[in-house]
Design a protein around this ligand. Structure first.
Ligand code: ZN
Ligand code: ZN
Length: 343
């Protein structure tokens, strides 16, 4: 059955019929297999992005699926191809696009926020967003490529190298993936997290974890680095306490990468940036090369993506998935199954 999950405002999701859109020239239609639910979807559900979404809006942007129809002029993709989507539609004309920063276009359309998303059986997208999934990668893991690409972008902009000591503040799905990608780059990694379930899961993946509630993170990092401090710190929580920690942890000329979205402007101790000549780097979404890297890591079996998926629900239980994330209990990634896998 062709279904779609519609966000209708004020914490309401309605499951209804999917209205398939025939692909125009340059577009393709995809039969969506799986779609992950993320913090952004939860923000939308909570009404915090009502200024961007059009009601009723199909949300969702972390997906895998199979091409079901190809528009005129699309080359390199055929019906049945297994794909994921980089859900960015830049204008191509603004100063950011002209500077080569198309992923942070000044008029960026993010598919699943500013335009229709993937939480439906059939989704039509511009062909330039497509990335082919490697053969042998199960489609549920294919839905993890988008968050993995976020992590690849963050690690690339943080210039993480082999031998670096990396601290990740926040061990949700993105923090966990940043830690795993950093480890794959040869770094030593410590993650700070406050949720017991996530601490346990991260530890079981062989990662060094520290309970953020203990308050001894700076001392720990100092003792692990011979008094130097961390090479790179990723701030993935969006909390004032983590910003305070982030400026205390780096070594001289270390980097702080801001990944989190801050609801309030945090207080930042710029004296510490001055004193140790620290570099503050923002990192937002991804570029095509980050998707390529994410797909290569997944294809190599280098990432325990299956371990990060806590539960898979049928599409009509999207609200249950959002509530589970909202509760912040024993959960990492929630996937929704959007259509059957055959054909
Ligand atoms: Zn997301
Ligand atoms: Zn642009």
């Amino acid at each position: 059955m062709m279904r779609a999950a519609y966000y209708e405002g004020s914490k309401t999701i309605r499951i209804g019929d999917c209205v398939p859109i025939p692909p125009l020239p340059g577009s393709v239609q995809i039969k969506v297999s799986y779609c992950g639910v993320c913090g952004t979807d939860l923000h939308i559900f909570h009404g915090r992005m009502d200024h961007r979404v059009k009601l009723p809006q199909v949300i969702g942007h972390e997906m895998s699926g199979m091409v079901s129809e190809v528009g005129r002029g699309v080359e390199g993709f055929a019906v049945g191809d297994r794909v994921t989507v980089m859900p960015l539609d830049p204008c191509g004309q603004c100063p950011a696009c002209m500077a080569g920063h198309r992923h942070i276009c000044q008029n960026l359309k993010f598919l699943g926020i500013d335009a229709s998303g993937a939480l439906q059986s059939l989704w039509t997208v511009p062909a330039h967003t497509l990335h082919r999934l490697p053969p042998g990668l199960p489609l549920d893991l294919g839905a993890m490529i988008e968050p993995l690409a976020v992590a690849c972008h963050d690690v690339r902009l943080g210039e993480v190298k082999a031998g670096d000591y990396v601290v990740v503040l926040g061990g949700g799905p993105i923090g966990a993936l940043i830690a795993l990608v950093s480890r794959a780059a040869g770094a030593r990694v410590l993650i700070s997290e406050i949720n017991d379930f996530r601490l346990q899961l991260l530890r079981s993946l062989g990662l060094d974890v520290i309970d953020g509630r203990r308050g001894d993170l700076p001392e720990h990092v100092e003792s692990q680095t011979g008094g130097a401090g961390a090479d790179v710190v990723f701030e993935v929580t969006g909390s004032a306490a983590a910003v305070e920690a982030a400026t205390r942890l780096p070594r001289t000329r270390g980097r702080i990468v801001v990944v989190a979205i801050f609801p309030e402007p945090p207080k930042v101790d710029l004296f510490r940036l001055f004193w140790r000549e620290l570099r503050l780097q923002g990192a937002r979404v991804y570029e095509h090369e980050d998707f390529d890297r994410a797909i290569a890591l997944a294809a190599a079996g280098a990432m325990p993506l299956d371990r990060l998926i806590s539960v898979t629900y049928p599409l009509d239980q999207l609200e249950a998935g959002l509530r589970l994330l909202e509760g912040g209990g024993r959960v990492m990634k929630v996937l929704m199954k959007c259509a059957d896998e055959e054909g």
